[in-house]
Design a binder for this molecule. Structure first.
Ligand code: NAP
Ligand code: GCO
Length: 266
């Protein structure tokens, strides 16, 4: 028996939202390496073009679409185009996301709504757009990019934590509602990953020392390092492949052990 073939994504169509760079780009690259046809979207043409150039430089034949994933009409139009131009989407990764680090009482309701819109409403909108064709096809994989903040809070990230906590429950609900159609919906909960989103937390200080938050995360992580987007590739391929056909409604935390650890004594 060749168990590795269960991890192949040969011939599958994978849509990764917000994948011009960062975690989404790494997951798309892993899927391409496992044989999938890559489709991605980003909110601006300039980022789609930048992403396409990166994929081409990496030898990946990707298709990019400009789409604001919070806009249901744009999403439905993009999915229809993908189905016509590439094929029915077998794998959806709801990766696009934003964060606003503002103390809750200083945050406007509009700022709160903007984060909820991208990080929670959009995964609902995009999942709803792809599920009907997955049902017709008889299978589908939906992977929601959750967070440590699906489980933990911290100062200044109230909207983000609320969204990512909700995304964990949306994951469980899609599992519950569509599991009988052979659709598996799981989450990936990355720990602290070195991408543009966390760059402000890793800035070298004027005196040349590491950012206090950087030092804090190192002390809180048993692996004693920040994660890289590449750390997420294996778990993402597993959850997109036949190897996980009986895994449903879970969040796989790829965090170097943060959630298990009280933190190193100062
Ligand atoms: P990132 O570097 O900020 O990239 C986010 C991507 O999403 C960008 O390509 C961005 O496009 C796109 N995007 C934002 N709003 C969008 C919209 N309305 N429509 C379409 N695309 C949109 O973030 P990342 O660090 O790679 O994170 C990716 C995902 O992982 C996010 O959901 C994040 O919450 C989650 N996550 C990150 C970490 C971490 O430590 N980095 C840890 C846990 C979870 P533009 O550049 O055009 O805005
Ligand atoms: C923050 C960070 C985190 C990470 C990630 C952790 O400000 O605390 O941005 O939220 O992005 O979500 O899993």
């Amino acid at each position: 028996m060749d168990i590795l073939k269960d991890f192949s994504l040969e011939g599958k169509v994978a849509l990764i939202t917000g994948a011009s760079y960062g975690i989404g780009y790494a997951i798309a690259s892993a899927y391409a390496s496992a044989g999938a046809k890559i489709v991605f979207c980003d909110i601006k043409q300039e980022f789609v073009d930048k992403g396409l150039a990166s994929y081409e430089a990496d030898g990946i034949d990707a298709k990019g679409y400009v789409c604001d994933v919070t806009n249901e009409a744009m999403v439905q139009d993009m999915v229809a185009k993908i189905e016509a131009e590439v094929g029915v989407i077998d794998i959806l990764v709801n990766n696009a996301g934003i964060i606003k680090r503002i103390p809750m009482c200083d945050m406007t309701a509009d700022e709160f709504r903007q984060v909820i819109d991208v990080d929670l409403n959009a995964p609902f909108i995009v999942s709803k757009a792809v599920i009907p064709s997955m049902i017709k096809k008889g299978h589908g994989k939906i992977i929601n990019i959750c967070s440590m903040m699906s489980e933990l809070g911290r100062e200044t990230v109230s909207a983000y934590a609320a969204a990512k906590g909700g995304l964990k429950m949306l994951t469980r609900n899609i599992c519950s509602e569509y599991g009988e159609h052979n659709i598996q919906c799981n989450g990936i909960g990355p720990g602290y990953i070195a991408t543009p989103q966390t760059a402000p937390l890793r800035e070298i200080q004027p005196d040349g020392s590491r950012h206090p938050f950087d030092q804090f995360i190192i002390a809180k992580t048993p692996a004693a390092r920040w994660g890289t987007p590449e750390d997420l590739m294996g778990p993402a391929v597993f959850l997109a492949s036949d190897a996980s056909n009986f895994v449903n409604g879970h969040v796989v935390y790829v965090d170097g052990g943060i959630l298990a650890y009280i933190g190193k004594q100062p």
